[in-house]
Ligand binder design. Structure first.
Ligand SMILES: Cc1cc2nc3c(=O)[nH]c(=O)nc-3n(C[C@H](O)[C@H](O)[C@H](O)COP(=O)(O)OP(=O)(O)OC[C@H]3O[C@@H](n4cnc5c(N)ncnc54)[C@H](O)[C@@H]3O)c2cc1C
Length: 285
Protein backbone atom coordinates (compact mmCIF):
# COMPACT_ATOMS: atom_id res chain seq x y z
CA UNK A 1 0.00 0.00 0.00
CA UNK A 2 1.10 3.55 -0.69
CA UNK A 3 2.87 5.55 2.00
CA UNK A 4 0.69 8.25 3.61
CA UNK A 5 2.98 10.96 2.26
CA UNK A 6 2.11 9.80 -1.28
CA UNK A 7 -1.56 10.71 -0.89
CA UNK A 8 -2.56 13.96 -2.54
CA UNK A 9 -3.87 16.43 0.05
CA UNK A 10 -4.47 19.23 -2.46
CA UNK A 11 -8.01 18.01 -3.15
CA UNK A 12 -9.63 19.46 -0.01
CA UNK A 13 -13.34 19.61 0.86
CA UNK A 14 -15.26 21.11 3.76
CA UNK A 15 -17.54 18.76 5.66
CA UNK A 16 -19.92 19.27 8.58
CA UNK A 17 -20.42 16.75 11.37
CA UNK A 18 -24.07 15.62 11.06
CA UNK A 19 -23.93 12.90 13.70
CA UNK A 20 -21.39 11.62 16.20
CA UNK A 21 -22.31 8.66 18.37
CA UNK A 22 -20.21 6.60 20.71
CA UNK A 23 -20.83 2.94 19.85
CA UNK A 24 -18.91 1.49 22.76
CA UNK A 25 -19.79 1.73 26.46
CA UNK A 26 -17.93 4.23 28.67
CA UNK A 27 -15.63 1.67 30.34
CA UNK A 28 -14.22 0.32 27.04
CA UNK A 29 -12.14 1.73 24.22
CA UNK A 30 -14.00 4.57 22.55
CA UNK A 31 -15.21 3.99 19.01
CA UNK A 32 -17.51 6.55 17.43
CA UNK A 33 -19.64 6.46 14.35
CA UNK A 34 -19.36 9.86 12.70
CA UNK A 35 -21.47 10.99 9.76
CA UNK A 36 -20.22 13.89 7.65
CA UNK A 37 -22.09 16.04 5.14
CA UNK A 38 -19.63 17.06 2.44
CA UNK A 39 -20.33 20.58 1.15
CA UNK A 40 -19.64 19.61 -2.40
CA UNK A 41 -22.38 17.80 -4.33
CA UNK A 42 -19.85 16.27 -6.73
CA UNK A 43 -17.79 14.55 -4.00
CA UNK A 44 -18.22 10.91 -4.93
CA UNK A 45 -16.95 8.50 -2.30
CA UNK A 46 -17.73 4.79 -2.69
CA UNK A 47 -17.79 1.83 -0.33
CA UNK A 48 -14.38 0.60 -1.49
CA UNK A 49 -12.71 3.91 -0.73
CA UNK A 50 -11.24 5.91 2.11
CA UNK A 51 -10.87 9.62 2.63
CA UNK A 52 -8.40 11.75 4.54
CA UNK A 53 -8.84 14.11 7.47
CA UNK A 54 -6.57 17.13 7.85
CA UNK A 55 -5.80 18.53 11.28
CA UNK A 56 -3.77 21.70 11.85
CA UNK A 57 -1.20 21.23 14.59
CA UNK A 58 1.52 23.42 16.07
CA UNK A 59 4.66 21.35 15.68
CA UNK A 60 8.22 22.00 16.74
CA UNK A 61 8.87 23.89 13.51
CA UNK A 62 5.71 26.01 13.43
CA UNK A 63 2.27 25.17 12.07
CA UNK A 64 1.93 21.88 10.31
CA UNK A 65 -0.88 19.69 8.98
CA UNK A 66 -1.57 16.15 10.12
CA UNK A 67 -3.19 13.83 7.55
CA UNK A 68 -4.82 10.48 8.37
CA UNK A 69 -7.05 8.13 6.38
CA UNK A 70 -10.43 6.63 7.33
CA UNK A 71 -12.44 3.95 5.54
CA UNK A 72 -15.95 4.55 4.28
CA UNK A 73 -18.08 2.57 6.75
CA UNK A 74 -21.51 2.66 5.15
CA UNK A 75 -23.31 2.99 1.84
CA UNK A 76 -23.08 6.52 0.43
CA UNK A 77 -26.19 8.66 0.99
CA UNK A 78 -27.31 12.22 0.20
CA UNK A 79 -28.86 15.08 2.17
CA UNK A 80 -29.77 18.49 0.73
CA UNK A 81 -28.09 17.23 -2.44
CA UNK A 82 -24.81 16.84 -0.55
CA UNK A 83 -23.04 13.50 -0.01
CA UNK A 84 -23.13 11.93 3.46
CA UNK A 85 -20.22 9.72 4.44
CA UNK A 86 -19.93 7.52 7.51
CA UNK A 87 -16.76 6.61 9.37
CA UNK A 88 -15.91 4.52 12.45
CA UNK A 89 -13.14 6.12 14.49
CA UNK A 90 -11.30 4.66 17.42
CA UNK A 91 -9.85 7.21 19.87
CA UNK A 92 -6.16 6.22 19.87
CA UNK A 93 -3.50 6.76 22.46
CA UNK A 94 0.00 5.37 22.71
CA UNK A 95 2.53 5.07 25.52
CA UNK A 96 5.86 6.66 24.64
CA UNK A 97 8.50 3.91 24.96
CA UNK A 98 11.14 6.30 26.28
CA UNK A 99 9.37 8.50 28.82
CA UNK A 100 6.30 6.34 29.52
CA UNK A 101 3.99 9.28 28.85
CA UNK A 102 0.61 8.81 27.23
CA UNK A 103 0.52 10.32 23.75
CA UNK A 104 -2.88 11.08 22.26
CA UNK A 105 -3.32 10.25 18.58
CA UNK A 106 -3.87 13.58 16.83
CA UNK A 107 -6.51 12.90 14.17
CA UNK A 108 -8.52 10.29 16.07
CA UNK A 109 -8.82 12.50 19.17
CA UNK A 110 -9.63 15.52 17.01
CA UNK A 111 -12.42 13.57 15.29
CA UNK A 112 -13.80 12.03 18.47
CA UNK A 113 -13.93 15.52 20.08
CA UNK A 114 -15.92 17.12 17.23
CA UNK A 115 -19.53 18.08 17.94
CA UNK A 116 -22.52 18.12 15.59
CA UNK A 117 -22.27 21.22 13.38
CA UNK A 118 -18.44 21.44 13.52
CA UNK A 119 -16.64 21.83 10.20
CA UNK A 120 -13.66 19.70 9.25
CA UNK A 121 -11.43 19.46 6.19
CA UNK A 122 -11.27 16.18 4.32
CA UNK A 123 -9.27 14.95 1.34
CA UNK A 124 -9.71 12.25 -1.26
CA UNK A 125 -11.45 10.04 -1.97
CA UNK A 126 -8.76 7.35 -2.20
CA UNK A 127 -9.22 3.78 -3.40
CA UNK A 128 -9.05 0.81 -1.05
CA UNK A 129 -8.06 -2.51 -2.62
CA UNK A 130 -11.43 -4.12 -1.76
CA UNK A 131 -13.18 -4.20 -5.12
CA UNK A 132 -16.25 -6.39 -5.62
CA UNK A 133 -15.16 -9.25 -7.92
CA UNK A 134 -16.95 -9.25 -11.27
CA UNK A 135 -17.81 -12.95 -10.94
CA UNK A 136 -20.81 -13.24 -8.59
CA UNK A 137 -19.80 -16.84 -7.86
CA UNK A 138 -16.61 -15.65 -6.17
CA UNK A 139 -16.16 -16.58 -2.53
CA UNK A 140 -15.03 -13.89 -0.14
CA UNK A 141 -13.24 -14.39 3.15
CA UNK A 142 -13.32 -10.99 4.88
CA UNK A 143 -11.25 -10.52 8.03
CA UNK A 144 -11.46 -7.31 10.03
CA UNK A 145 -9.94 -6.46 13.37
CA UNK A 146 -11.01 -3.44 15.42
CA UNK A 147 -11.96 -0.57 13.12
CA UNK A 148 -10.89 -2.87 10.29
CA UNK A 149 -14.54 -3.93 10.27
CA UNK A 150 -15.47 -0.51 8.81
CA UNK A 151 -14.77 -1.19 5.11
CA UNK A 152 -16.40 -4.64 5.30
CA UNK A 153 -19.54 -3.29 6.91
CA UNK A 154 -19.99 -1.07 3.85
CA UNK A 155 -18.82 -3.81 1.47
CA UNK A 156 -21.28 -6.49 2.63
CA UNK A 157 -24.18 -4.02 2.58
CA UNK A 158 -23.19 -2.99 -0.93
CA UNK A 159 -23.08 -6.57 -2.20
CA UNK A 160 -26.52 -7.51 -0.86
CA UNK A 161 -28.23 -4.15 -1.53
CA UNK A 162 -26.73 -3.08 -4.83
CA UNK A 163 -24.90 -5.93 -6.54
CA UNK A 164 -27.64 -8.49 -5.72
CA UNK A 165 -27.86 -12.19 -6.66
CA UNK A 166 -24.49 -12.90 -5.09
CA UNK A 167 -23.89 -16.64 -5.44
CA UNK A 168 -20.47 -17.09 -3.87
CA UNK A 169 -19.99 -17.61 -0.15
CA UNK A 170 -19.14 -14.61 2.05
CA UNK A 171 -17.51 -15.37 5.38
CA UNK A 172 -16.85 -12.38 7.62
CA UNK A 173 -14.54 -12.78 10.62
CA UNK A 174 -14.33 -9.82 12.93
CA UNK A 175 -12.66 -9.28 16.24
CA UNK A 176 -12.54 -6.59 18.85
CA UNK A 177 -10.67 -6.19 22.11
CA UNK A 178 -13.74 -6.38 24.29
CA UNK A 179 -17.00 -8.09 23.54
CA UNK A 180 -18.79 -4.80 23.85
CA UNK A 181 -16.86 -3.39 20.95
CA UNK A 182 -18.91 -5.62 18.75
CA UNK A 183 -21.24 -2.67 18.67
CA UNK A 184 -19.02 -1.66 15.80
CA UNK A 185 -21.45 -3.59 13.80
CA UNK A 186 -24.37 -1.51 14.95
CA UNK A 187 -26.26 -4.72 15.60
CA UNK A 188 -28.78 -2.62 17.48
CA UNK A 189 -29.77 -1.01 14.17
CA UNK A 190 -30.18 -4.32 12.43
CA UNK A 191 -27.29 -3.52 10.13
CA UNK A 192 -25.25 -6.61 9.17
CA UNK A 193 -27.72 -8.84 10.95
CA UNK A 194 -30.04 -8.05 8.02
CA UNK A 195 -27.97 -10.38 5.90
CA UNK A 196 -27.81 -13.30 8.31
CA UNK A 197 -30.74 -14.77 6.38
CA UNK A 198 -28.84 -14.65 3.13
CA UNK A 199 -27.89 -18.20 2.23
CA UNK A 200 -24.43 -17.09 1.17
CA UNK A 201 -23.51 -14.98 4.22
CA UNK A 202 -22.08 -15.99 7.58
CA UNK A 203 -20.38 -13.78 10.16
CA UNK A 204 -18.20 -14.99 13.02
CA UNK A 205 -17.39 -12.84 16.04
CA UNK A 206 -14.11 -13.24 17.87
CA UNK A 207 -13.68 -11.85 21.35
CA UNK A 208 -10.82 -11.22 23.67
CA UNK A 209 -10.82 -14.16 26.12
CA UNK A 210 -10.79 -11.67 29.03
CA UNK A 211 -12.39 -8.45 27.78
CA UNK A 212 -11.06 -6.23 30.59
CA UNK A 213 -7.48 -7.35 29.96
CA UNK A 214 -5.34 -6.44 27.05
CA UNK A 215 -5.28 -10.06 25.84
CA UNK A 216 -5.07 -10.57 22.12
CA UNK A 217 -8.34 -10.96 20.31
CA UNK A 218 -9.04 -14.59 19.49
CA UNK A 219 -9.55 -13.97 15.78
CA UNK A 220 -7.11 -16.79 15.02
CA UNK A 221 -9.15 -19.20 17.15
CA UNK A 222 -12.35 -18.19 15.34
CA UNK A 223 -10.67 -18.84 12.00
CA UNK A 224 -9.10 -22.11 13.07
CA UNK A 225 -12.47 -23.30 14.42
CA UNK A 226 -13.78 -23.13 10.84
CA UNK A 227 -10.73 -24.86 9.36
CA UNK A 228 -12.63 -27.38 7.23
CA UNK A 229 -14.71 -24.74 5.47
CA UNK A 230 -11.73 -22.43 4.97
CA UNK A 231 -9.63 -25.23 3.46
CA UNK A 232 -12.52 -25.99 1.12
CA UNK A 233 -12.90 -22.33 0.13
CA UNK A 234 -9.15 -21.89 -0.38
CA UNK A 235 -9.14 -24.86 -2.74
CA UNK A 236 -11.21 -22.83 -5.24
CA UNK A 237 -9.52 -20.48 -7.66
CA UNK A 238 -12.33 -17.94 -7.28
CA UNK A 239 -11.85 -17.33 -3.55
CA UNK A 240 -10.66 -13.87 -2.49
CA UNK A 241 -9.28 -12.98 0.95
CA UNK A 242 -9.59 -9.37 2.15
CA UNK A 243 -7.99 -8.23 5.42
CA UNK A 244 -8.20 -4.94 7.33
CA UNK A 245 -7.04 -3.77 10.74
CA UNK A 246 -4.11 -3.16 13.02
CA UNK A 247 -0.58 -4.39 12.31
CA UNK A 248 -0.95 -7.31 14.75
CA UNK A 249 -3.44 -8.97 12.43
CA UNK A 250 -0.72 -9.98 9.93
CA UNK A 251 1.21 -12.25 12.28
CA UNK A 252 -1.98 -13.64 13.77
CA UNK A 253 -3.35 -14.62 10.35
CA UNK A 254 -0.09 -16.14 9.16
CA UNK A 255 -0.14 -18.34 12.24
CA UNK A 256 -3.80 -19.28 11.92
CA UNK A 257 -3.65 -20.09 8.19
CA UNK A 258 -0.39 -22.05 8.63
CA UNK A 259 -2.11 -24.14 11.31
CA UNK A 260 -5.15 -24.70 9.11
CA UNK A 261 -3.16 -25.73 6.04
CA UNK A 262 -0.72 -27.86 8.05
CA UNK A 263 2.50 -25.87 7.65
CA UNK A 264 3.98 -22.39 7.21
CA UNK A 265 5.30 -23.37 3.77
CA UNK A 266 1.89 -24.50 2.52
CA UNK A 267 0.33 -21.22 3.63
CA UNK A 268 3.15 -19.16 2.09
CA UNK A 269 2.60 -20.92 -1.22
CA UNK A 270 -1.19 -20.49 -1.15
CA UNK A 271 -0.89 -16.85 -0.07
CA UNK A 272 1.61 -16.16 -2.86
CA UNK A 273 -0.91 -17.63 -5.33
CA UNK A 274 -3.68 -15.43 -3.92
CA UNK A 275 -1.44 -12.35 -4.15
CA UNK A 276 -0.29 -13.20 -7.69
CA UNK A 277 -3.90 -13.77 -8.79
CA UNK A 278 -4.94 -10.44 -7.22
CA UNK A 279 -7.18 -12.34 -4.83
CA UNK A 280 -5.48 -11.18 -1.64
CA UNK A 281 -6.03 -7.57 -0.58
CA UNK A 282 -5.09 -5.92 2.71
CA UNK A 283 -5.30 -2.57 4.47
CA UNK A 284 -3.09 -2.75 7.54
CA UNK A 285 -2.34 0.22 9.77
C1 LIG B 1 -6.31 2.99 4.42
C2 LIG B 1 -6.52 3.23 5.90
C3 LIG B 1 -7.79 3.18 6.43
C4 LIG B 1 -8.00 3.42 7.79
N1 LIG B 1 -9.27 3.33 8.29
C5 LIG B 1 -9.49 3.61 9.60
C6 LIG B 1 -10.82 3.56 10.12
O1 LIG B 1 -11.79 3.26 9.40
N2 LIG B 1 -10.99 3.86 11.44
C7 LIG B 1 -9.94 4.18 12.27
O2 LIG B 1 -10.16 4.46 13.45
N3 LIG B 1 -8.65 4.21 11.78
C8 LIG B 1 -8.43 3.97 10.48
N4 LIG B 1 -7.15 4.03 9.99
C9 LIG B 1 -6.06 4.47 10.91
C10 LIG B 1 -6.03 6.02 10.94
O3 LIG B 1 -5.64 6.52 9.67
C11 LIG B 1 -5.05 6.59 11.96
O4 LIG B 1 -3.79 5.97 11.76
C12 LIG B 1 -5.49 6.41 13.40
O5 LIG B 1 -6.73 7.06 13.63
C13 LIG B 1 -4.43 7.05 14.36
O6 LIG B 1 -4.20 8.36 13.93
P1 LIG B 1 -3.92 9.54 14.96
O7 LIG B 1 -3.66 10.80 14.17
O8 LIG B 1 -5.01 9.60 15.99
O9 LIG B 1 -2.62 9.08 15.67
P2 LIG B 1 -1.14 9.67 15.42
O10 LIG B 1 -1.06 11.03 16.04
O11 LIG B 1 -0.78 9.52 14.01
O12 LIG B 1 -0.30 8.70 16.28
C14 LIG B 1 -0.25 7.40 15.86
C15 LIG B 1 1.17 6.90 15.67
O13 LIG B 1 2.12 7.74 16.22
C16 LIG B 1 3.04 7.00 16.98
N5 LIG B 1 3.60 7.95 17.94
C17 LIG B 1 3.90 9.21 17.61
N6 LIG B 1 4.44 9.84 18.65
C18 LIG B 1 4.47 9.00 19.68
C19 LIG B 1 4.92 9.09 21.02
N7 LIG B 1 5.42 10.19 21.53
N8 LIG B 1 4.79 8.00 21.79
C20 LIG B 1 4.26 6.87 21.30
N9 LIG B 1 3.83 6.73 20.03
C21 LIG B 1 3.95 7.80 19.23
C22 LIG B 1 2.23 5.84 17.49
O14 LIG B 1 3.01 4.69 17.72
C23 LIG B 1 1.34 5.55 16.34
O15 LIG B 1 1.91 4.71 15.40
C24 LIG B 1 -6.91 3.75 8.64
C25 LIG B 1 -5.63 3.80 8.11
C26 LIG B 1 -5.41 3.54 6.76
C27 LIG B 1 -4.01 3.61 6.22
Amino acid sequence: MAHLADYNTKNQHQATVKKTERLTPADTEEVREIVLEVKQPGFDCHVDQSFGVLVKTSGEFGKTVHHRLYSVADLPAKENGNPLITMLVKRCSYVDEFNGELYKGIASNYLCDRKVGDEITITGPFDLPFAVPEDKNSNLILIGMGTGIAPFRAFVKHIYNNVKDWKGKIRLFYGARSGLELLYLNDKNGDLTNYYDEETFKAFHALSPRPQWSDPIALDAAIEARAAEIIELLSHANTHVYVAGYEKIREMLDKAFSNILGSKEKWETRKAELVAGKKWAEVIY
